[in-house]
Design a protein around this ligand. Structure first.
Ligand code: C5P
Length: 237
């Protein structure tokens, strides 16, 4: 089965987002990732509009606060009818559990499916040196990522955001249905932008990614629809 592609819509304005989406035939239902910039600028209405058009929404807000605050925030997000959202695993087990509770209660209140809760482990912008000198973590980055993924799973998260290069290492210690949502995807002939370690869609599929997050290779393409289709078609059925 082809690995689902989530399009990262890292646009500044709702106009840019709309003119991007207008290029796709309306029967094509996409999964789109909305981040802090659009959500803080436009509010939940942007999510409601995308849902009304039939798109699945990954609302990537990376919550990290005390459990009570996160639970209440997740209650609000759970009502939106989104499919995925995120927390920082570094917020700890009670916070991740609270996030899940909030999502479940919100979804129940609005009678919509419960969104999948994905955990961010260490940000890819954090270096090995920062991990040790700023966060005072005496582990190697890959060990820390592994520990945080297990913590997240143990607390009820449905998956993690990680590099496709990390999936093989993470899988053995986690349940079979745990999700690995992987950015850092580029076609073989494409430029890498600011991504350091990339994989092609077919490689990421083989590595065990549950879903691919792809932004600029689609949003900045001369023909985004063709770029999206090329990515989908480059994977095995
Ligand atoms: O344009 P590009 O395909 O690089 O976009 C990837 C998306 O995934 C962006 O929204 C980026 O913020 C996000 N992301 C990432 N690396 C991570 C976590 C999230 O590229 N480790």
């Amino acid at each position: 089965m082809k690995t689902p592609v989530m399009i990262a819509l890292d646009f500044e304005s709702v106009e840019e987002l709309q003119s991007f989406l207008k290029q796709f035939p309306s029967h094509l239902k996409l999964t789109v990732k909305i981040g802090m910039e659009l959500f803080y600028g436009q509010g939940p209405q942007i999510v409601r509009n995308l849902r009304q058009k039939g798109h699945a929404v990954f609302l990537d807000l990376k919550l990290h606060d005390i459990p009570n605050t996160v639970e209440k925030a997740m209650f609000q997000l759970g009502k939106l009818g989104i499919q995925y959202t995120t927390v920082h695993a570094l917020g700890g087990k009670p916070m991740i559990q609270a996030a899940k509770r909030g999502l479940m209660a919100g979804a129940r209140a609005a009678q919509v499916p419960v969104p999948k809760l994905l955990a961010v482990t260490e940000l890819t912008s954090i270096s090995e040196r920062q991990l040790q000198e700023e966060q005072n973590v005496p582990l190697k980055m890959n060990e820390q990522v592994q520990k945080l993924a297990q913590l997240a799973e143990n607390a009820g998260a449905d998956g993690v955001i990680c590099s496709p290069h990390e999936v093989a290492q993470l899988k053995p210690a986690l349940p079979a249905d745990f999700l690995y949502v992987t950015p850092g995807i580029r076609m073989p002939d494409a430029k890498k932008d600011d991504q350091q370690r990339v994989m092609t869609p077919a490689e990421a599929q083989k590595a065990g990614s549950s879903a691919l997050v792809v932004g600029r290779p689609i949003t900045k393409a001369a023909d985004p629809v063709v770029a999206y289709q090329r990515i989908v078609e480059s994977m095995q059925d």
